[in-house]
Write a protein that binds this ligand. Structure first.
Ligand code: C2O
Ligand code: CU
Length: 471
């Protein structure tokens, strides 16, 4: 783990504040304080915003480790409510997964919890609470977690962009409308202010590059609901990893990088434009508006090199079990409900209940296999034998996008609408388009009760959430 001088000092200060009998600094690892802070999200023309952040800042500190090391983090809760930390995309022991009431008791205000586990996979991951996440993540509790390969690819710079958005009032304060029924039943709680690494860049933000430079850009979508479709004008980014897992290096057909909430992409960006030139990075998800997020600004300096380096960009695979699709057991998941949905009622606590009533009385908007599940209902909907090869056939019968995330394992995306996928990419979160069918395959090799939910966090809270048991 690389520690900056500042983080070392912080670590020492935190450790000094909390001596624990018999436990040295190394065993305690680093402390992350989850606390209320103030941050200037927009520009000097606007007041600061009250945020909730790890160590009080958004995004929280970037945690960096080497593959094979152990993560040791003590979460200290200085928030007004209970919380946890979930390590999104990492294959952790179940007790370290950070799901309140399922894998651990929620951390009370003033309390702490020690997370510790080995890092099997290299890649770009992130961390965030899993308790009231639709509010806590929207307030700013998230950070990047980078696990470096034992043998990383050669690049000039390794850069992380944590993308997010905020729903702000005109005075830059948070709108306190978390969990609104409208957001739950539509596209989720979309913000009105997009930030990269906690800063609004839309107006005049630039990211400086040098001609000839090769950058490994780690993109993380930490937004509660927004899907980003990034276009790098004048550049041809190569995708080398998705959700932290290596993929055959390729230029996406559209040239655009699609990131649903929770998803990541590592891209290699060769900066081959002229010194002094500028090139927009824009979000093209909504075909009616192209939104410029930031510009790549070339410094007025002699280029580092005249053509892209010819060093390899393919990453070594992580130690994942290969699913055998031919002998896999198949399980169907049908997702229904939401605004403009096709169903009127759902099974709830053993009875048929009209959706309108479920929405009014329980804030539920979505169903899985015909049933409406309350977020805290932790009865598994599916039990898999440890070691089983499985295919989940997911069918989205709703009018909305859903980035479906499975904890505990990573899966291959093997088919969309019955057509085999080109890259059979490994992922931990897969974006289902409205009415799309997506098949994923994995080996159930990590025992425990694992969440399977939509990462549009208001959808998760409104019933798009279930537990899969591996026993
Ligand atoms: Cu990123 Cu279950 O969460
Ligand atoms: Cu969803």
């Amino acid at each position: 783990m690389k520690l900056s001088r500042r983080s070392v000092l912080k670590l020492l200060a935190a450790a000094a504040m909390m001596p624990v009998a018999g436990a040295g600094r190394a065993e305690r690892g680093r402390v992350l304080r989850m606390e209320v802070g103030r941050q200037r999200l927009i520009s000097d023309a606007y007041p600061e915003t009250e945020v909730w952040g790890f160590d009080g800042v958004v995004p929280g500190p970037e945690l960096r480790y080497r593959q094979g090391e152990r993560l040791r983090v003590t979460a200290r809760n200085a928030l007004p409510g209970t919380t946890t930390i979930h390590w999104h995309g990492l294959r952790v022991p179940n007790a370290m997964d950070g799901v309140p009431h399922l894998t651990q008791a929620p951390i009370p205000p003033g309390g702490e919890f020690a997370y510790e586990f080995p890092l099997h996979d290299a890649g770009t991951f992130w961390y965030h609470p899993h308790d009231h996440s639709s509010e806590q993540v929207a307030r700013g509790l998230y950070g990047a977690l980078i696990v470096e390969e034992r043998d990383p690819i050669a690049v000039d710079r390794d850069v992380t962009w944590v993308l997010s958005d905020w729903r702000l009032n005109p005075d830059a304060s948070q709108r306190e409308d978390f969990g609104a029924l409208f957001d739950r039943a539509h596209e989720g709680r979309m913000g009105n202010t997009i930030t990269i690494n906690g800063k609004f860049t839309l107006k005049d933000g630039v990211f400086e590059v040098r001609g000839g430079e090769r950058i490994r850009l780690r993109l993380i979508n930490a937004a509660s609901a927004r899907i980003f479709t990034l276009r790098f004008a004048g550049h041809a980014p190569q995708v080398i990893a998705l959700d932290g897992q290596p993929v055959a290096p390729h230029h996406p057909g559209s040239g655009e990088i699609e990131l649903g909430p929770g998803m990541r992409a590592d891209v290699v960006l060769d900066c081959m434009q002229r010194p002094g030139s500028r090139h927009d990075v824009s979000d093209e998800f909504d075909p009616r508006v192209s939104r410029r997020l930031i510009a790549l600004a070339y410094r007025d300096e002699a280029p580092l090199r005249a053509s892209p380096p010819d060093t390899p960009v393919a990453l070594a695979p992580n130690p994942l079990s290969e699913p055998d699709v031919a002998r896999a057991e198949r399980h169907a998941f049908l997702f229904q409900g939401g605004a403009m949905g096709t169903i009127r009622e759902a099974m709830f606590q053993g009875r048929r209940v009209p959706l309108a009533k479920l929405a009014r009385e329980h804030g539920l908007a979505w169903t899985i296999n015909g049933g409406a599940i309350k977020e805290r209902a932790h009865q598994p909907v599916l039990t898999l034998k440890r070691g089983a090869h499985c295919v989940l056939e997911m069918r989205n019968e709703t009018a909305w996008f859903h980035p479906m995330h499975l904890h505990g394992v990573v899966f291959r995306v093997i088919a969309r609408d019955g057509e085999p996928t080109r890259h059979r990419e490994w992922r931990d979160t897969v974006l289902m388009a409205p009415r799309e069918r997506v098949d994923i395959a994995f080996v159930a090799d990590n025992p425990g009760d694992w969440m399977f939910h939509c990462h549009v966090l208001d959808h998760q809270a409104a019933g798009m959430s279930a537990v899969i048991r591996i026993a």
